[in-house]
Ligand binder design. Structure first.
Ligand code: HXC
Length: 271
């Protein structure tokens, strides 16, 4: 097993407060861990399943020595999103980093996809991202242009570059998320809010990847999918966490979507 060492200072996000949807598992869990491990003072992780959140928050507290709270939130519900932001402010007094990591997905051919199935993924990924951004806007906005700008990070994908079989719903949803990233970066720069995307490629042992090859072992999945990646391997969730730390500290970056996929997207046709 390879250990991935951080190139960043462990206090580079000193004092920051994080609110992250989908923080209870997979990539969201690791992003939270890395933000806390690099100085953030606390985090609120959100998701739909209380038992996952409780367990993950407890592990994150133990592993980072930082405060980690949880709030059950379905991002499809705008009121629940406002509640999550208010809870964060009550707990920590501020909000600096919003990560929209909540996503729903399954494999289905477009011909078998019901309108409700399509709408469900659009609602979680796209509408959910918008709901959280809207809810957080009043707490994130500033009237000055200090270099200490709050940031929104939208977790995207490369499925939509330009198309992936059995993923019409998730591809449409993530393409819309990328568009939202650019629009909000354009409009909210005035309020000193940066908005960026992170597009992970295949990341080992996460729901997004294991779902693509049901019934296969982790090693088999790594070998099969890794062969289609220029860097020859699947990514590690820690590498997505480090990309999040990089974007959080890259203070003149906004509106961009960073592919963190070992170059997998290069095999795909240009848009
Ligand atoms: C076809 C399906 C389906 C499936 C659900 N639906 N699963 N259709 N194949 N496997 C349809 C249902 O039939 C229903 O439509 C509609 O979707 C809503 O289903 P519900 O189960 O009622 O919705 P809900 O309980 O809200 O579940 C949401 C979900 C669920 C997205 C459908 O699967 C989920 O939350 N999954 C876990 C989240 C997840 O996998 N996260 C990882 C994302 S990774 P009808 O018309 O039948 O009523 C990611 C990155 C991608 O996004 C990158 C990959 C490399």
């Amino acid at each position: 097993m390879t250990t991935i060492t951080s190139p960043f200072r462990t206090d580079c996000l000193k004092g920051k407060v994080v609110l992250i949807t989908g923080g209870g598992s997979g990539i969201g869990f690791e992003v939270t861990k890395q933000l806390l491990a690099h100085g953030a003072k606390g985090a609120v992780i959100c998701g739909r399943r209380q038992e996952f959140l409780e367990r993950s928050a407890s592990i994150l507290r133990k592993e980072t020595g930082k405060e980690c709270k949880w709030k059950v939130t379905d991002v499809r519900d705008p009121k629940a999103c406002v509640d999550a932001v208010e809870y964060t402010i009550r707990q920590f007094g501020r909000l600096d980093i919003l990560v929209n990591g909540a996503a729903g997905n399954f494999l289905a051919e477009a011909k078998d996809l019901s309108p409700k199935g399509f709408a469900t993924v659009m609602s979680i990924d796209t509408l959910g991202t918008f709901n959280m951004c809207s809810a957080a806007f009043p707490s994130l906005k500033h009237n000055n242009h200090s270099t200490d700008a709050p940031i929104i990070m939208n977790i995207s994908a490369t499925l939509q570059c330009p198309a992936t079989h059995w993923q019409a719903h998730a591809s449409a949803a993530k393409a819309a998320v990328d568009s939202l990233t650019r629009s909000l970066a354009l409009e909210w720069g005035e309020y000193n809010i940066r908005v960026v995307g992170i597009a992970p490629g295949p990341i080992k042992d996460t729901p997004g990847t294991t779902k693509l090859a049901p019934g296969m072992s982790s090693e088999e999945v790594n070998e099969l999918i890794g062969a289609g990646v220029p860097l020859g391997r699947l990514g590690d969730a820690t590498e997505i966490g480090h990309a999040a730390v990089f974007l959080a500290t890259s203070l003149y970056t906004t509106g961009t979507v960073l592919n963190v996929d070992g170059g997998e997207w290069l095999y795909k046709q240009p848009m």
